[in-house]
Design a binder for this molecule. Structure first.
Ligand SMILES: NC(=O)c1ccc[n+]([C@@H]2O[C@H](COP(=O)([O-])OP(=O)(O)OC[C@H]3O[C@@H](n4cnc5c(N)ncnc54)[C@H](OP(=O)(O)O)[C@@H]3O)[C@@H](O)[C@H]2O)c1
Length: 339
């Protein structure tokens, strides 16, 4: 089978990360690079052994040497660059969050549908070994009926460059980093129906546009309740390690939030180590996209799944404005989401 010729749009940090991961894939992937700077594209092509280097994004999308495009630009440009790729008949992989808001996402959905190309969101948490292991225990009934899921993700990190600009980000920390945890929460507990969010009202130096720390409570269609504490501005001396939990009618699971281990106590007690080789899911994510393009089958981390996650974030931001529980299927863009 012919390798997939994938061109990165934007040569920044995440493009470097995916390029390193691409070297470890078992099946064929040929990389090219597009940058606003021809020199930078060429530097990446040389460094990662790529096929082509393009000095502008449109030329890359139009090139017959490219089958698929990986949008790795700031959030503000995701919709524009994904649509550019689709209009040129290229399959498209889009970094998370898929877009800044649901109306931008609708424009991407229309473009890929009209072009008949495959689309996927590079939500690596969907492919984390931890997500699979937790789901296995829920599906096997090991903890009985799932009642509560509690995810904790806090650290303190500097916020620089376009991430400090409201228009480029489109939201705050929950939209940028928290959307990964929203995806994990929904992988475990299913379809979210309503969300309420709160942030500290005490004064403190905020480091991101709109919000850097939120606590979110969520109801799921299956009856479980979820809780997510997400922050870019709380000290975590354990290098990012922390505990999360699931509680069921017959038992519970305590797990390290990133996936180092999970202790299951219920119908039987088991210590699980989901695996560190692809702990973040980047490899599984890229391999799945390559396999989907080669087979011509729709990827599982679809725009529809990304719509669910983005709608969750939008509902959380709306609830900050209303102070109420907000339905997840309401497509109204809250004032705190730019676009
Ligand atoms: N899945 C993950 O875990 C993960 C991790 C990190 C980032 N991301 C996502 O990946 C995307 C890119 O993040 P990043 O960390 O790679 O950012 P970055 O290092 O700043 O790179 C973004 C690239 O976008 C291009 N770009 C186009 N217009 C730009 C503008 N006006 N300002 C700044 N850059 C512009 C630039 O490439 P050229 O100059 O070469 O054109 C830049 O290098 C974001 O959506 C982010 O949320 C995901």
């Amino acid at each position: 089978m012919r390798p997939v010729r994938l061109c990165f749009i934007g040569c920044g940090k995440v493009t470097r990360l995916h390029s390193r991961v691409a070297r470890t894939l078992r099946s064929g992937l040929v990389l090219s690079y597009a940058s606003r700077s021809a020199e930078r594209a060429e530097e990446y092509r040389r460094r990662f052994g790529g096929l082509r280097a393009f000095g502008d994004y449109a030329a890359a999308c139009a090139s017959p040497d490219v089958d698929a495009v990986f949008v790795c630009t700031p959030h503000r440009f995701h919709a524009e660059h994904a649509a550019l790729a689709a209009r040129n008949g290229k399959h498209v992989l889009i970094e998370k969050p898929v877009t800044r808001n649901l109306s931008e996402l609708a424009s991407v959905e229309a473009a890929v549908t009209e072009a008949g190309v495959l689309s996927m969101v590079a939500e690596n948490y969907f492919f984390k070994p931890l997500a699979r292991v937790l789901r296995e225990h829920v599906d096997a009934g090991d903890i009985g009926q799932l009642l509560f899921v509690e995810l904790n993700r806090t650290n303190r990190r500097p916020v620089r460059g376009w991430r400090a600009e409201a228009d480029m980000m489109g939201g705050g920390a929950l939209l940028e980093g928290g959307v990964h945890w929203v995806n994990l929460l929904c992988s475990i507990a299913g379809r979210p129906t309503a969300v309420i969010a709160a942030r500290p009202e005490a004064p403190y130096p905020m480091i991101a546009p709109f919000e850097d720390s939120l606590e979110v409570l969520v109801r799921f269609a299956g009856g479980a309740v979820g809780k997510l504490l997400h922050s870019w501005n709380l000290l975590n001396r354990a290098g990012g390690l922390q505990l999360s939990r699931m509680f069921g009618s017959l038992g519970n699971v305590v797990f390290e939030s990133n996936g180092l281990f999970a202790l299951v106590t219920g119908r039987r007690t088991r210590m699980r180590f989901p695996g560190v080789l692809d702990i973040m899911g980047f490899r599984g994510m890229l391999q799945h996209f390559v396999d989907s393009v080669r087979r011509g089958t729709p990827p599982s981390m679809s725009l529809a799944v990304a719509r669910r996650d983005l709608a969750f974030v939008a509902a959380a931001y709306r609830s900050l404005e209303t102070g109420r529980m907000e339905p997840v299927d309401d497509a109204t863009t809250p004032a705190s989401m730019v676009g």
